[in-house]
Write a protein that binds this ligand. Sequence first.
Ligand SMILES: Nc1ncnc2c1ncn2[C@@H]1O[C@H](COP(=O)(O)OP(=O)(O)OP(=O)(O)O)[C@@H](O)[C@H]1O
Ligand SMILES: CC(=O)C(=O)O
Ligand SMILES: [K+]
Ligand SMILES: [Mg+2]
Length: 568
Amino acid sequence: MAAAHSLLHLAAPKPPAPASTHPPLGAALLGLLPARRPHRLVASCSSAHPDLAAFPNPNGLLVAEPADSISAEVATETELRENGPRSTRRTKLVCTVGPATCGPAELEALAVGGMNVARLNMCHGDREWHQKVIDAVRRLNEEKGHAIAVMMDTEGSEIHMGDLGGAPAAKAEDGEIWTFSVRSFEAPLPELTVHVNYEGFAEDVRVGDDLLVDGGMARFEVVEKLGPDVKCRCTDPGLLLPRANLTFWRDGSVVREKNAMLPTITSKDWLDIDFGIAEGVDFIAVSFVKSAEVINHLKSYIAARSRGSDIAVIAKIESIDSLTNLEEIIRASDGAMVARGDLGAQIPLEQVPSIQQKIVKLCRQLNKPVIVASQLLESMIEYPIPTRAEVADVSEAVHQRADALMLSGESAMGRYPDKALSVLSSVSLRIERWWREEKHHEALELEDVSSSFSGKISEEICISAAKMANKLEVDAVFVYTKGGHMASLLSRCRPDCPIFAFTNSTSVRRRLNLQWGLIPFRLTFSDDMESNLNRTFSLLKARGMIKSGDLVIALSDMLQSIQVMNVP
Ligand SMILES: Nc1ncnc2c1ncn2[C@@H]1O[C@H](COP(=O)(O)OP(=O)(O)OP(=O)(O)O)[C@@H](O)[C@H]1O
Ligand SMILES: CC(=O)C(=O)O
Ligand SMILES: [K+]
Ligand SMILES: [Mg+2]
């Protein structure tokens, strides 16, 4: 029996506008409605296998589905059934797919291990390769009941070396004189020579500058400039990998001369982006963002080209310029990534942790999902267990309540992709639980993010609902959301219990996969909350994802209300 403990209701006359817009605010009134009568269960459960419930099309557009069905991600469904809502993992996991994980079996192992988002790095592989991976992810979603989102990560145009004429690596020894040249060479390259992709390189560097490969994997000192060639002496021996990143340093900081003018999105990137739009990827992560302008430009480009489906744009924070314009970049984007790999090559390493913390906090304030990326478990490229320091690093990111953690080389080309994913998963679970047990509710005061009054109401409702959820120790917060905004406002509050986000769009559902604490479900729902709740309870109960007596708080972005009830 449904016992509606209370119904705090912010009601308004039914708006004439589509249900996704908020009611006219002048008319909003706050009232306490009488307790509801017990629900009569009107929805019967679908006997369909979870697979049959989902009919996503490549663009994520809404397609007809059986009236009484709900699509839940199969790995999460198992977790819910076995351990209950409160022990589900809240931190989301992104895996870079590469040669080690592009096969169907390897990809499925990541899906089963809890990968929420598959990342494709456009620096590597050709479009045909990426196409195959996208198809494989789609198949897992359609045939195996997963809901993995796809993130395309652009190449961008920072300074890097060429591909070493096909050699897998080259060793630079102490004292050797190497030539870094902007000339193009026919393979094989002359000895001790590397090509540099940036035309202005020889002009910008000065004798005495330090040249760092991959942020310090090898180091050189510029000794002589000869037209297009720059002669450098190796001062820290190391391995040069194809296309390794190059930075040059003068008086303790990275030099940015004309390279500051390199385009953030190159012509190759635009072709990749067209490909991503055509494939209906869920996220585009933009490398080496320098300003909000490029994000706005890309967003209007996407809006003009991808009718119906919505691709979220993630700003990668990995350059000095992105730090200078941090807030406006994050405001313009749909999320951010702390790309510590390149960031650590552009600023002194000891500054990376505080900057990570600052970005995570800022994203939370601005209600944008944030991913902490690079070298989280670097040693697991080679070894089956992480170092203690790596576990501490992962713990810290979880502790900061970042939305997501990302694997790079560990899953792209490492020897133990599944083990690395399972370390991220188990460390997240442990730290999240510890945080809840110790009742470390942060004193973090969330600033207003909404500019409209209606938005402010949604925000306050979410903040109140999250507080109530913590105090009453509810099992889950349910949110019925068309575009996902109300779900993300709830996620921002980082409540103790998971947030079941019901949406009728497959693309919104996949996008919500990146956000902390959200368990996205695809469900066709109406404006009638009572019937939505009855149906949901019945469908989830039939699949063992909730049980009678569970305490639930329900919200919706159509009706700005908070309801507290036991599952009948
Ligand atoms: N699609 C791919 N094909 C081949 N190798 C890949 C692919 N994706 C990743 N890798 C390998 O995995 C490594 C780590 O992946 P990651 O995406 O972090 O690349 P990166 O070049 O280090 O980072 P970024 O370009 O994002 O700064 C790469 O250096 C590359 O060797
Ligand atoms: C992920 C990425 O691009 C970096 O860490 O540099
Ligand atoms: K990239
Ligand atoms: Mg990078």
